[in-house]
Write a protein that binds this ligand. Structure first.
Ligand SMILES: NC(=O)c1ccc[n+]([C@@H]2O[C@H](COP(=O)([O-])OP(=O)(O)OC[C@H]3O[C@@H](n4cnc5c(N)ncnc54)[C@H](O)[C@@H]3O)[C@@H](O)[C@H]2O)c1
Length: 302
């Protein structure tokens, strides 16, 4: 099987590439290395340094003939989407449409769209947030990721399996501290250097932290499923930022108290995802405990 992974040099994409290689797939990673690193890419995959908006993506897909495209590339930073919404839309929407065209033209049997759950549902009306929760993103990033979901619905032929994975806050080795959900990566980097760590607000705000290996498992199950689907992928549990801080401080031997700063405008108070659809449709549920995931992450950062 041949797989083309956009964003294959990034945090999540590079783990997807590793798993596909492990399973014996031939893999091409497409990445413009804007936030990703060539060093993240498995040496058994080929890396095309290319922007997903480039029309040459169609030629690449045409000659590589992937069975599946996993679309992980994105402008994935919420703050950057606020400061430069135009670029965010160009990459996440226009680039995404180019990926759809490449998938169709190359005759792929499926497209996996890696997108956000955390930035889609806004300030939740009810918890946990299921896929049917009203969509009301509060950042340009949430809007652009949602817009591509809509394009997939209207652009992709019925014969193509479209698997949309709405991810919670993913953490793990190789995460860039500047990404969408960089809190774990930021804490790990700063704690290990003995630098001050800042918690915004009272730290009792909760997020759904899911370990990257669990996400890769969900990706694999989605790929092996014959059905199109839109599913939340998260731990299904809300964990406070204070708890993450305490667990990581223990893990790294960090003894400084956190610095406190004001709440960030636009931050939702509590969010975690209902993952029962993923369990029903593909028998997946997150299996890594927060303690184990944070331990592995701290070790990798060390
Ligand atoms: N990390 C999270 O918690 C999280 C949560 C929800 C959704 N997501 C989604 O997961 C996907 C991967 O995110 P990540 O956390 O690994 O971030 P990342 O920044 O590490 O990965 C994104 C990759 O896309 C590449 N890229 C960006 N613009 C590109 C372009 N125009 N052309 C080609 N490549 C380009 C980057 O170089 C990078 O390697 C994204 O689609 C993101 O929206 C991430």
């Amino acid at each position: 099987m041949r797989a083309l992974v956009t964003g294959g040099a990034g945090f999540i994409g590079s783990h997807v590439v590793d798993r596909l290689i492990e399973r014996g797939c031939e893999v091409a990673a497409v990445d413009d290395l804007s936030t990703g690193k060539a060093a993240n890419v498995n040496p058994r995959a080929r890396l095309a340094d290319m922007d997903i908006r480039d029309p040459a993506l169609l030629d690449l897909a045409d000659s590589f003939r992937p069975d599946v495209i996993s679309h992980c590339a994105a402008q994935a930073s919420v703050p950057n989407s606020v400061s430069d919404p135009m670029r965010d839309a160009m990459v996440n929407v226009v680039g995404g449409i180019n990926v759809c065209r490449a998938a169709e033209q190359a005759g792929c049997s499926q497209l996996i769209y890696v997108t956000t759950g955390g930035a889609l549902y806004g300030d939740p009306e009810r918890l946990p947030c299921g896929e049917e929760h009203p969509i009301r993103p509060v950042s340009p990033y949430g809007v652009s990721k949602w817009t591509l979901e809509q394009y997939l619905r209207v652009l992709m032929p019925a014969s193509m399996g479209v698997k949309t994975l709405r991810l919670a806050n993913v953490y793990g080795p190789r995460q860039d501290p500047n990404g969408e959900a960089g809190v774990v990566a930021i804490f790990a980097a700063r704690m290990l250097r003995g630098e001050p760590v800042t918690i915004f607000g009272d730290g009792e705000q909760t997020r759904d932290f899911v370990y990257v290996d669990d996400v890769v498992d969900a990706h694999e199950r989605a790929m092996n499923s014959g059905e199109s689907m839109t599913v939340n992928v998260g731990a299904g549990i809300g964990t406070s930022v204070n708890r993450v801080f305490e667990t990581m401080a223990r893990e790294t031997g960090y003894e400084m108290a956190p610095k406190r700063a004001g709440e960030r405008p636009g931050d939702v108070r509590h969010i975690y995802l209902d993952t029962s659809r993923a369990r029903r449709m593909m028998g997946w549920q997150a299996s890594t405990t927060l303690a184990d995931g944070l331990r592995k992450t701290c070790r990798a950062f060390r």
